[in-house]
Design a binder for this molecule. Structure first.
Ligand code: ATP
Length: 355
C-alpha cells in the first residue's frame, strides 16, 4: 500500500500557483528527491507535507490517515532545513533530546535514544559540545540526529547539504543515504543539484513551474529524459532538432544538411524530433574517422574526464572523454566524432516541444 500520497495538492499565492495539482506517491522506506530550478515549487511542496504551509486544495495522506488539516507538530515528521537552526545555548545532546522532551519521553529513555541517534551520525564523542564549536558538517549531522531521534514516519530534508563545501557535501550525501537505509526512514529531499539527486535517490521527481514533469529512477531519468528541459537539466546533453527523412528500424534524421542514423522504433517520415546525445557517449578519433568531423574550440580538464567543445556542421557538440593519462587534443585540433546510433535518444514532437 502507498505510504505517503499527495492528491492534487495546490498552493496559490494570489492567483499565482506555486504548486499546481500535484500528485505524488511515496512508498515506505523510499528516498525521493524533488529536483528543479529555483522557484519551481519544491520547498512549497515540502512545506505542505510538513504542514507549515497549508495546501490551497488537495489532500495529503500518510499511511491511510488524512493529514491535510493536522497541525505540523501533530504530524510527527522529521524536518531538516538548510539552515539547521540548532539551539545555540544547548549542547549537542540537549539539541537532539529536545524533540523527545517535548513529547514527554522519560529521562532514561531519552538519554538512550539520544546516544543512539548521535552514534548513528558518528557524533557520540561531541555530545557535550555547543553548536558554535562544531564544523558545518557536524552541525548538519546534529540536525539530522535531532530529526531522526523521534523516529519519524517521514523525514523531510530541504537542501540539507547546500551549506557544505564540495568535498564534505559529497561525503555527506553518501552518509545520508547510508543512514536512511539503516533506519529505513521514508525520506523526501528537496535539491536543485541534479548530481545529488541522481546519486542518492531511489526516485527523482523533476518539477517545473509548480508541476511534476517526470518521475523516474535516477538511471532511467538520465537515459530516458522526457523533455528538452529535462535532457539538459539532468546531466549534460547535446540537443539537435531534426526531421525524420527515412523511417525504418534504423531511421535517418536530417539535422540541417547532415543526416544521422537513430533508433527508428515507430518513427514516421516527416516527424519532428529532438535528438539527445550525451557527451560521454561520443568518442573522438583522428580527423577523417567517425561519423562527423569537428574542430576543438575549447577543452576543459575535469580530473577524471576531458570535456571538449567541438565546432561541427550540426553546431557545437560537447564530448567528454575519460582521462586515461594520454596527451589531450589541443584547441584548434581537427577530430572525427563517433558514436553508436543506439546511443542517441530520440524525443518525439510533443515531448520535445516541452521547453
Ligand atoms: P528555490 O530552489 O529557489 O528554493 P523552490 O523550487 O523551492 O525554489 P518555492 O520556494 O517553493 O520554490 O516557490 C515557488 C514559487 O512560489 C516561487 O515563484 C515563489 O516566489 C512563490 N512563493 C513562495 N512562497 C511565497 C509566499 N509566501 N508568497 C508569495 N509567493 C511565494
Amino acid at each position: 500500500m502507498t505510504f505517503l500520497r499527495l492528491e492534487r495538492i495546490s498552493k496559490l499565492y494570489g492567483d499565482v500557483a506555486a504548486v499546481a495539482d500535484l500528485d505524488l506517491t511515496v512508498e515506505r522506506g523510499e528516498f525521493v528527491s524533488l529536483l528543479g530550478p529555483s522557484g519551481c515549487g519544491k520547498t512549497t511542496t515540502l512545506q505542505m507535507i510538513a504542514g507549515f504551509v497549508p495546501a490551497t486544495t488537495g489532500r495529503i495522506l500518510l499511511d491511510g490517515q488524512d493529514l491535510t488539516t493536522v497541525k505540523p507538530n501533530r504530524r510527527g515528521l522529521g524536518v531538516v532545513f538548510q539552515s539547521y537552526a540548532l539551539f545555540p545555548h544547548m549542547t549537542v545532546a540537549d539539541n537532539v533530546a529536545f524533540g523527545l522532551e517535548m513529547r514527554g519521553v522519560a529521562k532514561a529513555e531519552r538519554a538512550k535514544r539520544v546516544a543512539e541517534a548521535l552514534a548513528l551520525v558518528h557524533l557520540d564523542h561531541l555530545a557535550d559540545r555547543y553548536p558554535r564549536a562544531l564544523s558545518g558538517g557536524q552541525r548538519q549531522r546534529v540536525a539530522l540526529a535531532r530529526a531522526l531521534v523521534i523516529e519519524p514516519p517521514v523525514l523531510l530534508l530541504d537542501e540539507p547539504l547546500s551549506n557544505l563545501d564540495a568535498k564534505l557535501r559529497e561525503a555527506m550525501q553518501f552518509e545520508l543515504r547510508q543512514i536512511q537505509r539503516r533506519t529505513g526512514t521514508t525520506t523526501i529531499m528537496v535539491t536543485h543539484d541534479q548530481s545529488e539527486a541522481l546519486s542518492i535517490s531511489d526516485r527523482v521527481v523533476v518539477m517545473e513551474q509548480g508541476r511534476i514533469t517526470q518521475i523516474d529512477q535516477p538511471y532511467r531519468m538520465y537515459e530516458h529524459p522526457r523533455s528538452r528541459f529535462i535532457s539538459d537539466f539532468v546531466g549534460k546533453a547535446n540537443l539537435l532538432d531534426g526531421v525524420v527523412a527515412q523511417a525504418g528500424a534504423t531511421a535517418r534524421v536530417a539535422v540541417g544538411a547532415v543526416t544521422l542514423e537513430v533508433p527508428g522504433d515507430g518513427l514516421p517520415a516527416g516527424a519532428h524530433v529532438l535528438l539527445c546525445l550525451r557527451p560521454e557517449k561520443l568518442a573522438l578519433g583522428a580527423a577523417g574517422s567517425g561519423r562527423l568531423p569537428g574542430t576543438v574550440s575549447r577543452r576543459y580538464f575535469l580530473g577524471s574526464q576531458w570535456l571538449y567543445h567541438l565546432d561541427t556542421s550540426v553546431g557545437e557538440l560537447l564530448v567528454a572523454t575519460p582521462n586515461l593519462g594520454e596527451e589531450p587534443l589541443a584547441e584548434g585540433a581537427k577530430a572525427g566524432i563517433d558514436w553508436a546510433p543506439g546511443m542517441i535518444r530520440v524525443l518525439r514532437d510533443a515531448e520535445a516541444a516541452g521547453a
